[in-house]
Design a protein around this ligand. Structure first.
Ligand SMILES: NC(=O)C[C@H](N)C(=O)O
Length: 483
């Protein structure tokens, strides 16, 4: 049963081959047995899941219909879930039980999804390896001595290890696509404003975007359909109508113009990944695509710009965690100042503290012009590069990451080495564009992802291309040994 995809499960539930309670109990048991070696869940909501599954079966018996009715999923533990711990991977929120559901969570509940639990992540989504979680590192099921990527590492691993057919994730600089690539699954970061951020604990508000992680593009389409759409509670959420992603999946790719940005294939790219991207491009050509070299000239500036803007926004967003209103408070504070200082020092891990300090510095008087303002100017140049490229091509293709999964601990002492792993993913966030990662092969047994980027609100195009690619390849069907 665990090898079934989200859409297989949806169809089987509709055909009454099994009930939601049956598939839910089965997966809960599987999580119990297998997750101790992976650590992909922070909280398993067994009782809630069984109640929701029972309710879904009852709704179905009454003739109610939704593709997702009774389908089990899990949420990255930074989406607020009513009455359930929402930790953000931090000691700071270890005792925080959200009093309400994030819009994404509520929309999926309304559709009839069953919540199996909350998945592990880098603390406050800051990281590319899932090692910074207060709840411990997540292991990659393809090689448990390696990282799964981050920050949505738990979400990607739970899908890759067949513990759950699909999960939600969030992506600020690659947090959906990079772990999807490193674990051999499919994930899409929608256009900024496509999915509501209400109830998603904020990291960098101008970059954060929620999206689905699943085994196939088809499953991502199903889930995104239910997640996307206008929300009056998020002022940056767009009112653009949500197209039928599922209906577009079967479109042929004849004449599709695919751009290969030359800057994404330079120094630093693992040669095994370069050759897998090459093979994937040939596959797209066989499907009718026309390939063209393009240039995204300012891409080299993306990492420095992102690692000023994201920490700057984080330093502001995380100021609310002061020991007074939310989460962790230190023992026996001497006075108010001592409470703030010790609660924050003890409640946040090293990487979060580093980013708060970098961000506070970049925003402080005298340095604002030198760093933050410059970074914003680069951001605009990167967006302009994309706009120009999309005058020439329909979609851009690149590697998702420069390297496959590395050993746990290997880059732990060198934050910049980790930041460099985001080199191909962060431009989409800086420009606000939709981007998808799909499995395109293996480098010595480790999964490799290919990234597709499209113009604003063209999520349907990305899902269509990935779906067509997945009809003629079987990388997404490979299963890690033992799962
Ligand atoms: N949140 C993300 O998208 C991950 C990114 N590597 C970061 O640490 O900012």
């Amino acid at each position: 049963m665990h090898q079934l995809t989200l859409s297989d499960i949806s169809k089987a539930l509709i055909a009454k081959e099994f009930s939601s309670v049956e598939i839910t109990s089965y997966l809960l048991e599987r999580i119990k047995q297998l997750d101790p070696q992976l650590n992909s869940f922070i909280t398993v909501t067994e009782q809630l899941a069984l109640e929701q599954a029972k309710a879904a079966d009852e709704r179905r018996a009454q003739g109610k219909y939704h593709e997702l009715l009774g389908v089990p999923i899990a949420h990255k533990d930074l989406f607020c879930t009513e009455g359930v711990r929402t930790s953000c991977g931090s000691k700071m929120l270890d005792n925080f039980f959200a009093p309400y559901n994030a819009t994404v969570v509520q929309k999926l509940i309304n559709a009839g999804c069953v919540t199996l639990g909350k998945t592990n992540l880098d603390e406050f989504a800051m990281g590319s390896s899932n090692e910074s979680s207060y709840y411990g590192a997540v292991k990659n099921p393809w090689d448990t001595s390696r990282v799964p990527g981050g920050s949505s590492g738990g979400s990607a691993v739970a899908v890759a290890a067949r513990l759950v057919p699909a999960t939600t994730g969030t992506d600020t600089g690659g947090s959906i696509r990079q772990p999807a690539a490193l674990t051999g699954v499919t994930g899409i970061k929608p256009t900024y404003g496509r999915v509501s951020r209400w109830g998603m604990i904020a990291y960098a508000s101008s970059l954060d975007q929620g999206g689905p992680i699943a085994r196939t593009a088809e499953d991502c389409a199903l889930l995104l359909q239910a997640m996307a759409g206008f929300d009056p509670k998020d002022s940056t959420c767009m009112s653009e109508a949500v197209p039928d992603y599922y209906a577009d999946l079967d479109k042929k790719l004849t004449g599709l113009k695919v751009g290969l940005p030359k800057e994404f294939f330079g120094a630093g790219l693992d040669s095994r990944i370069a050759s897998l991207v090459d093979t994937a491009v040939k596959e797209l050509e066989k499907l009718g695509a026309v390939v063209k070299e393009i240039s995204l000239a300012n891409m080299e500036q993306a990492i420095p710009a992102y690692y000023v803007i994201a920490p700057a926004e984080a330093s502001s967003n995380l100021s609310r965690f002061d020991g007074a209103r939310f989460g962790y408070r230190c023992e026996n504070p001497k006075d108010l100042q001592d409470m703030y200082t010790r609660s924050r020092t003890e409640g946040f891990g090293a990487e979060v503290r580093r980013r708060i300090m970098v961000g506070t510095y970049a925003l402080s008087a005298g340095y604002y012009d030198a760093y933050y303002l410059q970074a914003q100017k680069i951001r605009r140049l990167i967006k302009n590069d994309f706009m120009q490229a999309f005058n020439e091509v329909d979609v851009i293709f690149s590697p998702t990451t420069p390297n496959p999964a590395w050993k746990i601990g290997e880059k732990a002492g060198d934050p910049v080495a980790q930041y460099l792993e985001d080199v191909y993913t962060i431009t989409a966030n800086l420009a606000g564009l939709p981007a998808l990662s799909m499995p395109i092969g293996f480098a010595d047994g480790l999964p490799v992802g290919g990234q597709l980027l499209a113009p604003y609100f063209e999520e349907g195009r990305l899902l269509n291309i990935a779906h067509q690619y997945q009809q003629v390849t079987d990388w997404h069907r490979q299963v890690p040994t033992g799962f």
